[in-house]
Write a protein that binds this ligand. Structure first.
Ligand code: AG3
Length: 281
């Protein structure tokens, strides 16, 4: 018997992967969590049926949600991740020797527990053994409401704007993030596919521009996400991701990044016309 999983990317298109075994399937208080093994992409985690990460291509997403902001900010010491319970973002943050503390605030404890149990490659820094990492199982909105002027960088490592993540795409949330950042802080959020999600992007970037003086979109190629063409929003109080980027510091980073590099940092902010149009003011 052959087992295949399909995530529908639109009414009529989807991605299908051959599954070899189910490692976990269960429902938390917030969502359905499934972890399966696939032939081509290794272990794959799904939330409410949507592909969150696969072993084979997670390096692209996690390099790109973390390194552009951490190499734009001149000295990021305090970094917060909202969501990201699989641990991939924290793993990349911890590679930066200047980071004193990486805080993870994930609403769903089951995602963290199962990630640690089944996916040590990604979750290596969220198993409680690294004193530079602090874990909170809490609603991101509730958490940042209690924190003012505390973080250099805040990363919103969320799922699509459905279910528990809806609030993470709204203006009120971006204002709370703004207050939780220091005066030269940077926020980065995953911002969906320019190819399929024009309307979500339009709203999201409008909401961001209502709050931050600098808002830019950048892109990455992620094969298992809808259309493979994915994006991130860079919202900043002071530093511009291209004009203030110190190419030499990024080039001398001293750790391996399989996707990110100092040339790609600049190239990622160059957008095709249709993607620019999605977020035009
Ligand atoms: N964040 C998931 C991005 C959304 C994917 N959407 C989809 N498959 N429809 C991933 C979290 C990784 N730390």
């Amino acid at each position: 018997m052959e087992l295949w999983y399909t995530e529908k990317h639109s009414e009529n298109v989807g991605i299908t992967l051959k599954v070899t075994e189910t490692l976990f399937s269960g429902k938390s208080e917030f969502q359905q969590l499934d972890i399966v093994n696939t032939l081509e992409y290794g272990k794959m985690m799904l939330l409410d049926g949507l592909v969150m990460v696969t072993e084979r291509d997670e390096f692209i997403y996690h390099d790109m949600i973390v390194h552009p902001a951490l190499f734009t900010h001149p000295n990021p010491g305090q970094v917060l991740v909202i969501g990201g319970g699989d641990g991939g973002s924290v793993r990349e943050i911890i590679k930066h020797p200047g980071v004193e503390l990486a805080t993870l605030c994930e609403i769903d404890g089951l995602v963290i527990d199962k990630s640690v149990e089944l996916r040590p490659g990604m979750a290596c820094e969220i198993d409680g053994s690294n004193p530079r990492v602090k874990l909170h199982v809490d609603d991101g909105l509730a958490y940042i409401r209690e924190h003012q002027n505390e973080f250099d960088v805040i990363l919103v490592d969320s799922t699509d704007p459905i279910g528990p993540a809806v609030g993470l795409f709204e203006e009120d949330f971006y204002r709370l993030v703004y207050s939780a950042l220091k005066e030269d802080g940077i926020m980065v959020a995953q911002s969906e596919s320019p190819f399929y999600h024009a309307e979500i992007q339009q709203n999201m970037y409008r909401n961001l521009r209502a709050v931050y003086p600098i808002v830019e979109m950048y892109q990455a190629f992620i094969p298992t996400y809808p259309s493979g063409f994915w994006s991130f929003a860079f919202a900043s109080k002071k530093y511009h991701p291209v004009k203030d980027f110190d190419r030499r510091r990024a080039a001398k980073r001293g750790f391996y990044t399989k996707y990110y590099n100092e040339d790609l940092h600049l190239g990622a902010f160059m957008l095709p016309t249709f993607a620019r149009e999605n977020i035009a003011e």
